[in-house]
Design a protein around this ligand. Structure first.
Ligand SMILES: [Zn+2]
Length: 230
């Protein structure tokens, strides 16, 4: 059994974590806290370039994610390699996520908010929902998976969940000192952001400035935060 991990960041795609939480992740890693990324899909549909084939794109996106993670000081990236745009909220997927939580035993689990309305990538919605269910009750309750107990995967209580993309965020993390590295990590995802105009940077900066309004710092990432005390 490994010692408790600080945070497990579970995303649908390579690059989601950089948009959602990379500034906060960098604060943690600078404090010497361990962080693991889990990327659920292979991201092989994330291009409209007719020259780019899905198999090649999947390989490129893993390399981009590894480069970004290295920059941020993330200790490990786990690729589940499910087909892009094809995630479903199945018992198998929930068990896969609960097994990872029981294996690595994070204090915090971060993912995309499944309850964002209207235009929201289906994979983000499904990942968020399956992760919340995996945290509670499936990772926590012993008899959710008797076979996991036989494999030595004891139950694990996650203390806190952070959801990015929340429409009603209740927690704002100061990323004033880590914004530059967050943006550098985002740029590692060249297949996704390489064609964006210069204004992209300014638009993103404005988004994080807005999150920080009235909070006493310049730039923030915004989350719905739920503490699990029972
Ligand atoms: Zn995504």
């Amino acid at each position: 059994m490994t010692k408790n991990l600080h945070a497990m960041v579970i995303t649908a795609h390579a690059d989601d974590a950089e948009y959602g939480i990379a500034g906060t992740v960098t604060k943690w890693t600078r404090e010497g806290k361990e962080v693991i990324y889990v990327v659920c899909t292979n991201g092989n549909k994330g291009s409209n370039d007719p020259e780019m084939k899905p198999e090649r794109l999947a390989e490129i996106r893993e390399q981009e994610q590894l480069a970004a993670a290295k920059l941020l000081g993330v200790n490990k990236v786990i690729f589940l390699r499910h087909e892009d745009q094809s995630l479903e909220d199945t018992p198998e997927f929930r068990k896969e996520l609960a097994s990872l939580i029981r294996t690595h035993r994070p204090e915090i689990v971060a993912t995309s908010d499944p309850y964002r309305r209207y235009i929201w990538h289906r994979d983000h919605r499904i990942t968020g929902q399956a992760v919340l269910d995996a945290v509670f009750p499936y990772a926590r309750d012993r008899w959710a998976y008797p076979d996991l107990i036989e494999q030595g995967l004891e139950p694990h209580k996650v203390k806190e969940v952070l959801l990015w993309g929340a429409e009603e965020p209740n927690y704002f993390s100061d990323i004033t000192d880590t914004f530059d590295i967050k943006m550098a990590a985002l740029r590692c995802h060249h297949s996704q952001v390489g064609h964006f105009p210069r204004q992209w940077y300014d638009m993103l900066r404005q988004r994080y400035e807005k999150f920080a309004e009235g909070k006493g710092f310049k730039l923030a990432e915004a989350f719905y935060r739920a503490e699990i005390w029972w």
